[in-house]
Design a protein around this ligand. Structure first.
Ligand SMILES: Nc1nc2c(ncn2[C@@H]2O[C@H](COP(=O)(O)OP(=O)(O)OP(=O)(O)O)[C@@H](O)[C@H]2O)c(=O)[nH]1
Ligand SMILES: [Mg+2]
Length: 301
């Protein structure tokens, strides 16, 4: 029997639901999700099997107008993910429609994606009525020659099976790229750091989630089958450290507990998670921090 395998890049504005879709396709939480924009920072690969096809989904940071070095590196990583893909899926939000941000992406797609297969996925259809979808489909297809339009709810799973089947057939013939039981192409220490960053992002406000990074410093396998994981939360200012710790350390304790519980579920075994908060005023300009995040520091130039 002939097998198929290839890459599908998920691109779109921040918050479009790219990571939610990746997780649903893979059937596990490989990429972190929050209600805030700019959650995903690097390219994250999740592997899904569909019959005789292996689809490697590439989750990317959202495309937006970058201001800082980190933003520029994120946007470069997103376009890099699209450049390598066999199919590009552009996700937009049904209730927000064809925004200025979407227009900017369409213009860039016309320049960068010549000769590539591009499909549109209108996500969050649970939030609108059918006539809105029809109008948006028309509007989008008048602006760009999408090969297909899918209407989905990544969160609820509507329309996702159709998209999966279409992508499975669109993959080029060839041997599988990953072992069949592998679901992610991201080191465990990075997945663990991302889980902690998700919990921090959910509990902290305004600019703080964008001013911190999490790294796994030490990972120890214990004889009893559990793992001891030590992570550092880098913040840019003294004041931020106090906020991350919270009154009497209650914020960091809650973050640590939530991250540990999710890690234990993901790994199927006990985890001892230790978080330390360090002030590092210049971390956003340090090449090593970018490498740890899976980004290219020079992309931020
Ligand atoms: N109502 C609704 N919400 C959704 C749907 N899909 C995703 N969301 C929500 O949209 C928010 C953003 O989802 P993410 O998957 O983090 O979006 P993203 O595109 O990866 O965002 P960035 O990583 O910031 O670029 C979360 O609160 C999701 O729960 C959907 O189909 N319907
Ligand atoms: Mg994301």
């Amino acid at each position: 029997m002939t097998t198929r395998a290839g890459f599908v890049a998920l691109i779109g504005e921040p918050n479009a639901g790219k990571s939610t879709l990746l997780n649903r396709m893979v059937g596990a939480k490989v990429s972190i999700v929050t209600h805030k924009v700019q959650t995903t920072r690097a390219r994250i690969r999740g592997v899904a099997m569909a019959g005789e096809s292996q689809i490697v989904f590439v989750d990317t940071p959202g495309l937006f107008r970058p201001r800082r070095r980190l933003d520029r590196a994120m946007v470069a990583a997103a376009w890099g993910g699209a450049a390598d893909a066999d199919v590009i899926v552009l996700l937009i939000e049904a209730h927000r429609g064809k925004t200025d941000g979407v227009d900017t992406i369409l213009t860039a797609l016309s320049e960068k994606a010549t000769g590539r297969r591009v499909v549109l996925a209108i996500n969050k259809i649970d939030r609108v009525e059918a006539p809105v979808l029809l109008k948006l489909t028309e509007e989008m297809n008048a602006a760009f020659p999408f090969e297909r339009t899918f209407m989905i709810s990544a969160e609820r799973g509507y329309g996702v099976q159709d998209l999966r089947e279409w992508l499975a057939h669109a993959m080029p013939e060839g041997p599988f790229l990953y072992p069949e039981d592998q679901i992610a192409d991201l080191p465990m220490r990075m997945i663990a750091a991302e889980m902690t960053r998700e919990k921090l992002t959910l509990r902290l406000h305004e600019e703080l989630p964008y001013q911190l990074t999490v790294e796994t410093e030490h990972w120890e396998e214990r004889k009893d089958g559990s793992a001891r994981i030590d992570q550092v939360v880098y913040v840019a200012r003294d004041g931020h450290k106090g906020i991350v710790l919270g009154k009497g350390g209650e914020t960091i304790k809650a973050v640590s507990k939530a991250a540990r519980e999710e890690l234990e579920e993901f790994m199927g075994r006990r985890v001892h998670l230790f978080l330390q908060v360090k002030v590092r005023p210049n971390w956003l300009e340090e090449a090593e921090r970018y490498t740890e995040m899976g980004l290219d520091f020079r992309d931020g130039n």
